[in-house]
Design a protein around this ligand. Structure first.
Ligand code: SAM
Length: 350
């Protein structure tokens, strides 16, 4: 390995910062030949703040209706080939009950941008969950709303909010989304969420169509500037009923590299090893944990709806990915020398 690259790695590890050209050089070098040491440094960094813990979150995908038409996403409004579903408040509470019994102390409620779930309905659901399970954290991931709505969700007791920025480059954003969607609006939402006080998650897909190395660097630098508490990174995977059905999917190793770089830039971040990573590689989730990730999100949705939340082709939702499989997942994690942790798993500064 080039001596300059060693200096860059050392600087990133010590100072948790690099400039655009430096990050680009590191990525370019790793794209030619992957350097395992970067993963070791990322793991060591994670352990300074979170030890061996891997936090478990129970994921509920409660509606696949969406008013948006993102070119990459299988639940886009324009896809007429999927069965749309919405869980009722009772379904959601039933899943929480099962999840709580299994030991989950974080519930992540995710959906398309579905106007049926008005602010009132979301507040009611969060309120019910927090009343019944005051020891559990609630995370929402329901897309773009205005400040007043986010404020109401916060006042109802929502602890965290996930909203991936998708790409930090405006021109790239506009190639992934129709004109009705706005790069500025999405970024503003993230700042609003932070301002209100949520633990906020941003993130992006690796290998999304037209993404360049410069775009990935811009993503990393945007994350460094925003300083979110969580970052969701997974490979882009094509879906057969989308504009991007014939595009190539993202690469496992580059995804792992992005996880490691995010860990090194934001040492205290909560970083999931994502379902998408586990979908393109049977050992993807484990590799993610070895590259600095420290969160897993097994699926707690009722089984008969899981296949319909089809963001991309062949999405896994059974076996280790399912909440019913947590004993196996826990065993796998422990066999890697890590510690399965079912507690709320808040960001270390919160
Ligand atoms: N509607 C909410 C939002 O916009 O944040 C949450 C649901 S959205 C479907 C969740 C995430 O799925 C997106 O932020 C996107 O990064 C990811 N996603 C969608 N389509 C994907 C694909 N084809 N491959 C990989 N990830 C995808």
């Amino acid at each position: 390995m080039d001596k300059n690259i060693d200096i860059l790695k050392e600087k990133l590890y010590r100072e948790n910062n690099l400039g655009h050209d430096e990050l680009k050089a590191l990525i370019d070098t790793n794209m030619k030949s992957l350097d395992e040491e970067i993963f070791n440094l990322a793991r060591q960094t994670k352990e300074q703040y979170y030890g061996k813990a891997v936090y478990f979150r129970g994921l509920m995908e409660f509606s696949n209706y969406c008013r948006n038409n993102c070119y990459y996403c299988g639940i886009r409004k324009g896809n007429l080939n999927i069965r749309r579903y919405r869980l009722t408040a009772k379904d959601i509470l039933d899943s929480c009950k099962i999840g709580h019994r299994l030991g989950f102390r974080t519930f992540v409620l995710q959906s398309g941008d579905d106007p049926y779930f008005t602010d009132d309905k979301i507040v009611e659901i969060v309120d019910m969950i927090k009343n019944r399970y005051p020891d559990a954290a609630v995370t929402l991931s329901i897309g773009e709303r205005d400040y007043a709505s986010y404020r109401r969700f916060w006042e109802a007791g929502t602890d965290r909010y996930l909203l991936r920025h998708e790409t930090a480059n405006k021109a790239h954003y506009n190639r992934l989304h129709p004109e009705s969607m706005s790069f500025q609006r999405r970024k503003k939402c993230l700042y609003k969420l932070k301002d209100i006080g949520f633990q906020v998650g941003a993130g992006f897909m690796v290998g999304s169509p037209y993404q360049t190395v410069d775009n990935m660097v811009e993503d990393l630098l945007f994350l460094k500037e925003l300083e979110p508490h969580m970052v969701g990174i997974g490979p882009f995977i094509p879906h057969k009923d989308t504009v991007f059905k014939d595009k190539e999917g993202g690469d496992v190793n580059i995804t792992l590299l992005m996880l490691a770089l995010v860990r090194l830039l934001l040492p205290k971040v909560l970083l999931p090893s994502t379902t998408a990573l586990g979908t393109i590689d049977p050992l993807g989730r484990e590799k993610g944990l070895m590259a600095g990730a420290n969160v897993v999100m097994p699926n707690l949705s009722p089984k008969n709806f899981r296949a319909d939340y089809s963001l991309y082709d062949n999405k896994i939702a059974t076996g280790l990915e399912a909440a019913e499989g947590i004993d196996d997942l826990r065993e796998r994690i422990e066999s890697m020398g890590l510690k399965a942790d079912m507690s709320r798993g808040d960001h270390v500064d919160m």
